[in-house]
Ligand binder design. Sequence first.
Ligand code: C2E
Ligand code: MG
Ligand code: MG
Ligand code: MG
Length: 276
Amino acid sequence: RAKQSRHTRIALYSEELIDNIAAFVSTENRIRRGLKENEFIAHYQPQVDMHSGRIVGAEALARWQSHDRGLISPAEFIPVAEETGLIDQLGRSILSQACSQILEWQRAGIRLPLSVNISGRQFAVPGFVDQIQGIIGESGINPAQLELEITEQVFLEDMDEATDKLWQLRDLGVSIAIDDFGIGYSSLSYLKRLPFNTLKIDRTFTRDICEDARDVAILRAILSLSRDLRLNTIIEGVETKAQKKLLLRLGCERAQGFLFHQPLPAAELTSLLLKR
Ligand code: C2E
Ligand code: MG
Ligand code: MG
Ligand code: MG
């Protein structure tokens, strides 16, 4: 009897596995179709100076405007896009949308720097730097208007190659931000070796600062590190006035969070910028 129940369990597991694989393949196919039909669009979340409330930049965030399922968030498609390598094409599309947006705003007399996320998989593609150079060159924007956000993921595999690529990107004139800072597993020594301009503190550090003194201690240390390394600092995930107040007291100025703005469709951000 024991044997039989084990078989049943195995059968159940494999059924589940098949279901998972089927779901994965179907998502992959839908992403492929979505890419062909330009359903992936950039929304933009403003970054603000918390003292003045002024918008000082924005981050491009991919959204999937699916013809049959509405607006789909990155949590549902980025992992599959990473796994299948489709993130490369997706990332290029978001980058060129961001470049066009910079130009469009420029024509309207608005100057707003944009950040674009680069996945580890996209970064690792041979010819990645040429690809970025091509997109920027074609668009005709001033590269100083653009910041690329990378995570520790990109230099865990081959530190030397990643260092080379990052310096080549800097030579193109773009800035580099380290995203989700503080939640990775690598040592801090990379901060010394790699040419970052900006450090984005992950939102897990913001979440509990009003309740947990240990989070305040960690945040204080990160802020002081970032300042001493002469990096720009952005704090992610500010949701409440109390958090804002505390962060300002800690000397944090630049923030991104739902308290200020959600990620917005380009047109909505444009009218916001024109009003100011
Ligand atoms: P990320 O780069 O760290 O982007 C910030 C995420 O935090 C965004 O989620 C944003 O909507 C969310 N966020 C901002 N303020 C708050 C807040 O106050 N509270 C909370 N709870 N969340 C806040 P989103 O748009 O869902 O994107 C999730 C992740 O997906 C991004 O994290 C990024 O890693 C990835 N992603 C999004 N677009 C792209 C893309 O074009 N390329 C690549 N490679 N990755 C992307
Ligand atoms: Mg980011
Ligand atoms: Mg982040
Ligand atoms: Mg993230």
